[in-house]
Design a protein. Structure first.
Length: 276
């Protein structure tokens, strides 16, 4: 008889949160921050009341992990709320520093970044392997007060903003509805790499309250999603247009996560195929 005991994802997440909550993060004795890998900047962050630290390792697709356009939006939003008092610390451990420099220029990302080629930050702290938990909100003593990636999950973003601004009692509350998705997986089959592929996913509001989409997050920069932010009445339908432009040949399997006020949220959509 074989007996196996395995944590569920929810249990593993709870264990990680409990393990990291209150943990002090250690920083390398000297971290060099640059703009797009060229101009060195004097970046002071140790004495800030709050700071956001995100670490990107060298495993997998770097472009997919960075989500630089989303970080730009978040930094701008937090700066507007706090008067630019919360520093964002980007530590990238690159497998290819040249590629990282290209990506920061391509996305016009002008925030200071540390290209941690020796992986010193991770050596000091041993971050979880799951990129979801490689972003931390720290207090003035560099202790973890929240863990999770705010550009990949609007609920984590809401938590960060509430803690930073001190509005802990203003948790958002929305009336839930129900959503039906006729097709959650689309296979484009084989197609030329230069060909742009599109598909419209239909989200039907089958509940008794309006449907509102908070965010749609794609797993890769080569996949984009377009949708209306207008609420959808009961019985109505919202279309999420997904656009895929291959940046390299080969088989792909990309996920699109829809955060909304549905009981089933987040909704998981998938596109796959083979770009020749």
């Amino acid at each position: 008889m074989l007996v196996s005991c395995q944590e569920s994802r929810e249990e593993a997440m709870l264990r990680l949160v409990n393990e990291w909550n209150g943990k002090e993060i250690k920083f390398p004795s000297r971290s060099v921050f640059t703009i797009q890998g060229k101009d060195t900047v004097d970046f002071e962050f140790l004495h800030a009341d709050y700071k956001v630290v995100t670490y990107i390792d060298s495993v997998g697709c770097t472009s997919c992990k960075l989500q630089l356009h989303r970080w730009k939006e978040l930094v701008a939003e937090v700066d507007s709320l706090t008067g630019e008092s919360v520093p964002f610390l980007f530590y990238f451990h690159p497998k290819d520093a040249k590629e990282l420099r290209y990506l920061t220029r391509r996305d016009d990302f002008t925030y200071p970044v540390c290209f941690d080629e020796q992986d010193e930050l991770n050596r000091l702290n041993q971050f979880p392997s799951d990129m979801t938990f490689q972003t931390l909100l720290l207090d003035k003593s560099n202790k973890v007060v929240a863990i999770g990636n705010p550009v990949l999950n609007p609920k984590v973003k809401e938590l960060y903003v509430r803690l930073i601004t001190g509005n802990e009692g203003t948790k958002s509350s929305t009336t839930q509805t129900q959503v039906s998705v006729s097709q959650t997986v689309v296979d484009f089959g084989k197609f030329p790499m230069q060909e742009k592929k599109e598909h419209r996913f239909a989200l039907s509001n089958t509940g008794s309250n309006v449907l509102a989409v908070q965010d749609v997050i794609t797993s890769c920069g080569c996949t984009k999603a377009e949708y209306s932010k207008e609420p959808v009445r009961p019985g109505g339908t919202l279309e999420v247009k997904v656009i895929y432009e291959a940046d390299e040949p080969g088989r792909f399997n990309k996920s699109i996560t829809v955060y909304c006020n549905a009981k089933e949220s987040p909704l998981q959509l998938t596109i796959r195929g083979f770009a020749e």
